[in-house]
Design a protein. Structure first.
Length: 608
């Protein structure tokens, strides 16, 4: 059977996964009466809750006797390590662009990667049924984007389709008939995307996606560059530098058939398959016949820009809510994550009780922490810090991001002011239709940590912010941080409503009544700039004299709810977020007040 390998690429939320659903249904890979979830490719709970694709997934459909392997890729630049590897596995790409929003920062990111590896994308203008659709302008913007990214003449001559992935149709004319469904897209893939290029020689394949299976062990997915692979065939694994990592056998060869991954008797060059049976081979390694001695060249990955400390949870409540608390199990879990996610970098500290985890952005690291807490881990994490560099002349460089903010005109001034306070430069301002403006900034990554929630508050939830790594530039100077101090519990116990009510004039709380607290735990936000130790356990003094007005009910102001992302962005350098399967608590790095004073004296002495 003939083959085609394609990736669906787009900015986050432009409809990639929904389109794949429709492709599966219309190709007959899913029966009409078969019950399948919406966005069937987003398989993990986190992907479904957040409505984003985090991990790339492969599937396949058959159209006119041609098997089309389809890879659904993430749209967030934080998960760009996935996108870069995937594009080396395919021969074509369908670029989805929202008919109203047009090309966005991540569109630029994925298109840049696709053009760089020589793909000739098909452009599909999605959501054409939107009332604010502007198809012609969007196509011009896509052409300008391709030209700005140094596309070749062949790449600039891209075919265009219009349609709606949700309603399951595509056509060459935006106002064309919808009764053909996605047949025009299928036919265009067959005519425009070349057959996989096949090299001569024995079996060779670069590992692209790594996952663990409870029955089969490690499963590595990739595209076979040359030769064939069968179950029980001897396989050698070479690292990037050509050293032999292991020799073993492929216990199973699995091919993608619709929603299922099925064992097959063999696979040939050009096909995308998964093999099991090897215990050390990982992403970017070469899986090959024992006679091969040279590793295949793997695509270099963009460097991480944000780092965080993952520490063993040493609070008095450690181990009460999770069952994975020791440094050894945390270390094993992080190393396992780094194996399959090449955009992550893990370093162990000298004392072995903490780990430095570096990635593309806060979202990538927050997703990792959220996944770990759902698996039963307890840990403490620090505020994200940016990864600085020095150039040849010793000048300090910091990561700068391109930030695109779509906002109602009335709030544009506030956004510009707040971004300038964060040392951002505005590079473009233009109307984006419907009394909205599109503002484009080049801003330091460290200034953007925690800005998302503030932006939504400033713009009454109407702004949409998208970020993309731009380049390293000279350090732009100090950026003002949090101005408020915190309220710290001064003894262990259970918080009492009466005590919280009495403390309300000191500032808003971040905990409810009846919550377990310990010395050094953050219970509220001080209305002033200094930290204050408070007693949240003090109940109302009872007497045997009853008088009118003595028994009034305590009416508490609801506390500020700290989500994981909000907590990570809000804490200071001397504070941690304690993450357990049931709770997210804020605490001081040093729980003992005397240790905190010593630390503060040292810090002030160092700054002097």
């Amino acid at each position: 059977m003939k083959l085609r390998n394609i990736a669906i690429i787009a900015h986050v939320d432009h409809g990639k996964t929904t389109l794949v659903d429709a492709l599966l249904k219309q190709s007959g890979s899913v029966r009409d009466n078969q019950r399948v979830d919406e966005r069937v490719m987003d398989s993990s709970d986190l992907e479904r809750e957040r409505g984003i694709t985090i991990l790339a997934k492969a599937t396949s459909v058959v159209w006119k006797d041609v098997r089309i392997n389809i890879v659904d890729t993430p749209g967030h630049a934080d998960f760009g390590g996935e996108v870069e590897r995937i594009l080396n596995m395919v021969d074509g790409a369908v670029l989805l662009v929202d008919a109203a929003e047009g090309p966005m920062p991540q569109t630029k990111f994925v298109v840049g990667k696709a053009l760089k590896v020589g793909l000739k994308p098909i452009v599909a203008v999605n959501k054409i049924d939107r009332t604010d659709a502007r198809a012609d302008e969007v196509i011009n913007e896509v052409f300008d984007l391709f030209a700005a990214l140094d596309a070749t003449d062949e790449q600039l001559d891209f075919p265009i389709l219009y349609g709606s992935g949700r309603d399951g149709w595509m056509n060459y004319d935006p106002a064309g008939p919808q009764d053909e469904g996605l047949a025009p897209l299928f036919d265009l893939v067959l005519s425009h995307v070349p057959e996989p290029a096949v090299e001569e020689g024995p079996f060779r394949m670069i590992g692209t996606i790594l996952e663990a299976d409870p029955f089969l062990g490690r499963i590595i997915t990739g595209r076979i560059a040359s030769g064939t692979v069968k179950p029980n065939q001897p396989v050698k694994v070479l690292a990037r530098d050509g050293t032999v990592l292991e020799q073993g056998r492929s216990s199973k060869v699995l091919a993608f058939r619709g929603l299922q991954r099925q064992p097959v008797d063999g696979a040939r060059a050009g096909d995308i398959v998964a093999i099991s049976g090897l215990s050390k081979g990982t992403v970017a390694d070469t899986f090959c016949d024992p006679s091969v001695s040279e590793a295949m060249e793997a695509q270099p990955i963009d460097p991480p820009t944000v780092t965080m400390s993952f520490l063993v949870n040493d609070s008095p409540l450690a181990g009460t809510e999770g069952d994975k608390v020791t440094s050894r199990v945390i270390r094993d879990r992080l190393l396992r994550e780094a194996e399959g996610n090449v955009a992550l970098k893990i370093e162990e500290s000298a004392d072995k009780d903490s780990f430095f985890v570096s990635g593309r952005g806060e979202l990538q690291l927050a997703v990792l922490i959220e996944t770990m807490r759902r698996e039963g881990f307890e840990l403490a994490v620090s505020r994200p810090r940016v990864v600085m560099k020095k150039n040849d002349s010793g000048e300090l460089l910091e990561p700068i991001e391109e930030v695109v903010v779509d906002v109602d005109e009335e709030h544009a001034g506030t956004v510009v002011q707040k971004m300038s306070e964060r040392k951002a430069e505005m590079v473009e301002l233009r109307p984006s239709g419907g009394n909205r403006q599109r503002l484009v900034f080049h801003a330091p990554t460290r200034g953007l940590i925690g800005y998302q929630s503030e932006l939504l508050t400033d713009t009454r939830g109407t702004a949409v912010m998208n970020r993309l790594f731009h380049e390293y530039q000279p350090y732009r100077g100090e950026i003002g941080g949090r101005v408020n101090g915190v309220l710290i519990a001064n003894e262990p116990g259970e918080s009492v409503a009466y005590a919280l009510w009495n403390l309300e004039d000191r500032g808003p709380m971040v905990i409810d009544p009846g919550v377990k607290v310990y010395q050094g735990m953050i219970v509220g936000i001080h209305s002033r700039d200094n930290d204050l130790e408070v007693n949240v356990l003090k109940g109302k003094k009872l007497s045997n004299v009853r008088a009118a007005g003595k028994d009034e009910a305590v009416k508490l102001t609801p506390p500020i709810r700290m989500t994981l992302e909000r907590a990570l962005a809000w804490i200071q350098d001397d504070e941690l977020v304690e993450v357990t399967p049931k709770s997210i608590r804020l605490r001081k790095l040093y729980l003992d007040p005397h240790e905190r004073k010593r630390f503060e004296k040292k810090r002030l002495a160092g700054a002097a």
